[in-house]
Write a protein that binds this ligand. Structure first.
Ligand code: FE
Length: 337
């Protein structure tokens, strides 16, 4: 389950480190795939000489940090989705980092108001639309997804999936619970089939003619285009960026937080500042076709070919706080049933 990747220092040291160490190094626990973050951690080591040890985890990060307590070797945790960042903060395994460089590099709505976590890249949750059967001008808002004109034409993954819960939380932020519940029912009525699979399998369904539009994160377009089997799915659709009637396009982040234990806090702050730097942001943008949180950093060529993103600027911590309400509404309308 665990994969250990190390730079310069042995994996054994990471496994046994307990007391605060004087050695210069940073230890990272990551829910992000090694192929995404390792090149960036490598760049940091090359630049500073500070080795970074990263442990990839598929699950159980909070439990592990809790079990390790003050003896944890981990300095930083990296993950996607505000729900997982909020989960770490709520579990009490993070600490705030007040840092002028981070404040300057990362827009306010992409970081925790108490500096417990920082967004590093953002991704928009948008519409994948059939090139043959949908004109992009037909979808301009998220609210419109509940319109009867889409009856039997929409595919999506489960409503209880974290990406969709965040979208529903954003709808609550803009319109309140009552509206959102009605919207969710309308969206459910428009589904071509029961929610199942991941964002990419919805695009496959469009390609197969089962539905005309689906809801998905932007970077999956890049991933599908790189995959020999999925390329044809990707080529059957185009991206449409809806907005909220009184806002922008829904975004979520991948982010980072300092652990409470952080035995190498000083070096970890240097890595944090590097991750937020234009250099690392550009690397990230290129590797996974995500959006740099710093709008001055250029996007990848593929991302530049998409519609221009105007992110909804609600603070993501506020959306994280609305998640329980969002999940309850999803269950009340039996969205996945
Ligand atoms: Fe994803």
């Amino acid at each position: 389950m665990l994969k250990v990747v190390h730079y310069g220092l042995s994996a054994l040291l990471l496994a046994t480190a307990a007391a605060p160490s004087v050695a210069q190094e940073v230890n990272v626990y990551s829910y992000r795939q090694p192929e995404l973050i390792d090149p960036i951690l490598h760049a940091f080591t090359e630049k500073t000489g500070i080795p970074v040890n990263s442990v990839y985890m598929a699950e159980g990060m909070v439990e592990r940090l809790k079990a390790e307590g003050a003896r944890s070797p981990a300095d930083l945790v990296m993950t996607v989705d505000i729900s997982r960042l909020a989960e770490l903060v709520n579990a009490g395994v993070t600490q705030p980092v007040d840092d002028a460089v981070l404040d300057q590099q990362i827009p306010e709505f992409y970081r925790d108001p108490n500096n417990q976590w920082f967004g590093l890249t953002s991704r928009a949750r948008v519409i994948y639309a059939s090139k043959d059967r949908v004109d992009p001008s037909e979808i301009t808002t998220y609210e419109d997804l509940a319109s009867p004109k889409w009856k039997g034409r929409i595919c999506t993954r489960a409503g209880t999936d974290a990406y969709n819960v965040a979208l529903v939380a954003a709808m609550i932020h803009h319109h309140g619970e009552e509206y959102t519940k009605t919207w969710l029912s309308g969206l459910k009525d428009n589904l071509a089939k029961k929610p199942q699979g991941n964002d990419r399998s919805q695009v496959k369904s469009i390609w197969a003619g089962e539905c005309d539009i689906s809801i998905g994160n932007t970077y999956y377009m890049g991933l599908m285009l790189k995959d020999p089997e999925q390329k044809q799915w990707a080529e059957s659709v185009q991206l449409v960026f809806p907005v909220f009637e009184d806002g922008g396009t829904h975004v979520n982040v991948s982010g980072v937080a300092m652990t409470k234990a952080a035995p190498h806090r000083e070096d970890a702050v240097k890595l944090l500042e590097f991750l937020a730097s234009d250099e690392a942001q550009a690397l990230y943008a290129e590797l996974n076709n995500e959006y740099p949180v710093d709008p001055s950093v250029p996007v990848s060529a593929l991302v530049a070919s998409w519609p221009t993103l105007t992110p909804d600027d609600v603070n993501l911590a506020e959306l994280a706080a609305l998640r329980p309400d969002a999940l309850r509404l999803v269950e009340e309308v039996d969205f996945d049933g």
